[in-house]
Design a binder for this molecule. Structure first.
Ligand code: SF4
Length: 294
């Protein structure tokens, strides 16, 4: 059996930056300050476990402690709303902002469009942290998950405000063809729609590398967290292209029959650490390792 890795895979710039910031914060604060992340730092259970062992605690934004004085709170790469930021500051937290610069750009753009009188459509997953964070900068924006929802929402807006100035922003991890479909649906009602290119280069690169890999393989493993939007997107793309594909978080999840395929592809989401990618690659090519990792 032959294993081919995607040309681009694993940690993106934003995730690497957030992980490095958290490592440094944990080291610097050892025994002096408590260090928290607001929600899980990244969607990868193994990395989160390692951080937990080093003393990094995860805060639930719906149950924040009364007093965060002398605590460090790391804002993760997805970003948060300005409202939540001020709540944390009022509780005395020292904020360390690991919002990915690409996400930050979307937040700032959303705020500026609202100030200039635009109605914003935001294409993405309604309950994803990044989308919720951007909504905090543009509270009146209309979140649309797919072209059908975009059509319905645009039609409703057209009925109440046919001359509205409109703009479209997208979650950084949305697939370009999906974004295009959503843009077309809105464009039918608002021909002057301003389409802002918010898709992250890291996302494009990983999706492009995956599309290139798919025709070369008989089966494909996408390594990454099941909660990770960009990892799930990679899986969906591979399956839409007709590939047998599985999302695996750990070696124990590698399908037992994988070695029956002559050529297996390996892709990984933007929050997947190199060590995990290597471990899965070794396990796939070594039957003994698959058993050891069970
Ligand atoms: S996928 Fe892109 S936007 Fe998201 S954290 Fe990584 S670099 Fe930033």
């Amino acid at each position: 059996m032959k294993l081919i890795k995607a040309e681009v895979l694993g940690y993106c710039m934003g995730v690497r930056r957030a992980v490095t910031m958290a490592e440094e914060a944990v080291k610097a604060a050892a025994g002096v300050h408590r260090v928290y992340t607001l929600g899980p730092l990244i969607h990868n259970p193994q990395v989160l476990e390692q951080f937990r062992d080093q003393g990094l605690e995860v805060l639930d934004e719906t149950a924040l402690p009364e007093d965060l004085t002398s605590s460090i709170v790391i804002i993760r790469a997805h970003g948060i709303t300005p409202h939540l930021e001020s709540i944390l500051a009022c509780k005395g937290a020292r904020l360390m902002d690991a919002t990915c610069p690409t996400v930050k750009k979307s937040q700032i753009k959303a705020r500026s469009l609202i100030h200039r009188g635009y109605r914003i459509f935001l294409a993405g997953e309604r309950y994803h942290g990044e989308v919720i964070g951007i909504q905090g900068y543009a509270p009146s924006c209309l979140v649309v998950a797919d072209p059908g929802e975009a059509r319905e929402t645009a039609e409703a807006l057209y009925r109440s405000a046919p001359t509205a100035k409109t703009a479209l922003l997208g979650q950084t991890t949305i697939a370009p063809d999906e974004y295009q479909g959503i843009a077309q649906a809105i464009h039918a009602y608002f021909p002057h729609l301003e389409i802002i290119d918010t898709i992250c280069k890291a996302t494009r690169d990983r999706q492009y590398a995956l599309r290139k890999l798919c025709p070369q393989v008989d089966a494909l493993l996408v390594v990454g967290g099941k909660e990770s939007a960009n990892t799930r997107r990679l899986l969906a793309i591979a399956q839409a292209l007709g590939n047998q594909a599985w999302l695996v978080e750990r070696a124990a999840e590698i399908p037992p029959g994988i070695r029956a395929y002559p050529v297996v592809g390996l892709a990984a989401g933007a929050s997947t650490p190199d060590e995990l990618i290597d471990r899965i690659a070794k396990a796939v090519t070594n039957r003994t390792l698959i058993r050891e990792n069970l």
